[in-house]
Design a protein around this ligand. Structure first.
Ligand SMILES: Cc1cc2nc3c(=O)[nH]c(=O)nc-3n(C[C@H](O)[C@H](O)[C@H](O)COP(=O)(O)O)c2cc1C
Length: 193
């Protein structure tokens, strides 16, 4: 099943400088519903990062809970192609709790309506750059994560970059293909003060 996203706004209410100044990691989330527009904006921001040799090794998965994004069923979605305003359903069901357990039981992840899981296919970059490509892939994940942090800030949403998880467990919960290795989990939603 394919899911059409909305066009992203290219003009926000918060300046880039304000977003950078305010950005911080937030680890408590309200169990509220995000709009499809917010989700679309966040996915757009994740696609706006540089890539070594334009090899584009990143694969974005989006875990969405039950009644967590308007008009979107619970499940894990996969961004079909960078820059495309489209997601495809990868796996059905609200997997937030299982994902939180895979992340060393940081249970605030289960409260967040949405989590992005940034996975990578090393081979796309190492094919060109050899072992050095591994470094490039990790750098790229950092670029994308910062975009997501700043976009969350600009939308008044909270997020945190999570690197501490059981790789094999995250891959199992999301049913990731063998070649897609998870690097970062970023839960996001309204901040619970
Ligand atoms: C590579 C990396 C891995 C991280 N992993 C985690 C994590 O597993 N859990 C977590 O709560 N925060 C994690 N963080 C967030 C840091 O704890 C946070 O950025 C740091 O405390 C500084 O706070 P700030 O982001 O509010 O400036 C990670 C950050 C980076 C850059």
């Amino acid at each position: 099943m394919r899911l059409k996203l909305e066009e992203a706004d290219k003009r926000g209410a918060v300046s880039l400088e304000e977003a950078m100044e305010r950005r911080k990691s937030r680890r408590s989330f309200k169990r509220t519903t995000l709009t499809k527009k917010q989700l679309s904006q966040l996915i757009w921001s994740a696609g706006k990062a540089p890539s070594a040799g334009a090899t584009y090794p990143l694969e974005l998965y989006v875990a969405i809970g039950e009644e967590c994004v308007e008009d979107i069923d619970a499940g894990v979605y996969h961004r079909s192609e960078r820059g495309y305003l489209e997601l495809e359903m990868h796996k059905e069901g609200d997997l937030r709790e299982e994902l939180a357990i895979a992340c060393l039981s940081e249970m605030f992840i289960a409260d967040a309506p949405v989590s992005f899981v940034i996975a990578v296919e090393y081979e796309r970059t190492t094919r060109r750059y050899g072992d050095r490509g591994i470094r490039y892939v990790h750098i790229e994940v950092g670029h994308v994560s910062q975009n997501i942090y700043l976009q969350c800030e600009a939308l008044g949403l909270a997020t945190v970059a999570i690197g501490a998880f059981y790789d094999a467990e995250v891959a199992r919960v999301l049913s990731l293909p063998e070649e897609h290795k998870p690097i970062y989990v970023m839960p996001m939603g309204e901040h619970a003060q």
